[in-house]
Design a protein around this ligand. Structure first.
Ligand code: FES
Ligand code: FES
Length: 187
């Protein structure tokens, strides 16, 4: 066991853990975050995705020691139910979730991808999401939400992005199951 310091969603945490412990276990068990989900535990479904060093990584197969002081972003770190990030708002608007279990992986994978590829084709989005699995088959709505968010990232609106961006124009997320799923507050 060792004392390990993590920066998660803008806050520093120190946990006592074996350095080989999967990051997912630390996020779920020690930091009580609901966004990252345990799905396959094998790096294959994407439910446990976090953003690390600008890339979407699977926290179930990432040892906590690999974080090494870098900022970790989970779905909770993008926005809140009251003030969702625009990509979360797009998923709420399009009602892109059914059970919502996959949403953490889908939203974070899409965000990391779009941060690197601001004007992707439908085929590129589908490719980026191809290993992020959804058992409820809401892919069409998810694609709509992702394209909506991608459209908002035009140069004219780029400057206003951020967790607390444009509440008047985007509208506050209703306190609903949709908002909870899209912001990582749902179990
Ligand atoms: S739980 Fe990590 S990829 Fe499935
Ligand atoms: S909405 Fe249920 S797994 Fe995707």
């Amino acid at each position: 066991m060792a004392a390990i310091t993590l920066n998660v969603n803008g806050r520093a945490h120190t946990v006592d853990a074996d350095p080989s412990t999967p990051l997912l276990y630390i996020l779920s068990d020690d930091l009580a975050l609901n966004g990252p989900k345990f799905g396959c535990g094998l790096g294959q479904c994407g439910a446990c995705t976090v953003i690390l060093r600008g890339r979407a990584v699977r926290s179930c197969v990432t040892p906590v020691s690999a974080v090494n002081g870098a900022e970790v972003t989970t779905l909770e770190g993008l926005g809140t139910i009251e003030r969702p990030h625009p990509i979360q708002q797009a998923f709420i608007d399009e009602q892109a979730a059914q059970c919502g279990f996959c949403l953490n992986g889908v939203i974070l994978t899409a965000k990391a991808f779009l941060d690197q590829n601001p004007k992707p084709s439908d085929a590129q989005i589908a490719q980026a999401l191809s290993t992020t699995l959804c058992r409820c088959f809401t892919h069409t709505r998810m694609l709509r939400a992702i394209k909506k968010y991608a459209g908002l990232r035009s140069p004219e609106t780029q400057a206003s992005f951020g967790p607390a961006s444009r509440p008047d124009e985007m509208g506050l997320a209703r306190r609903s199951a949709e908002g909870a799923k899209a912001t990582g507050r749902a179990l």
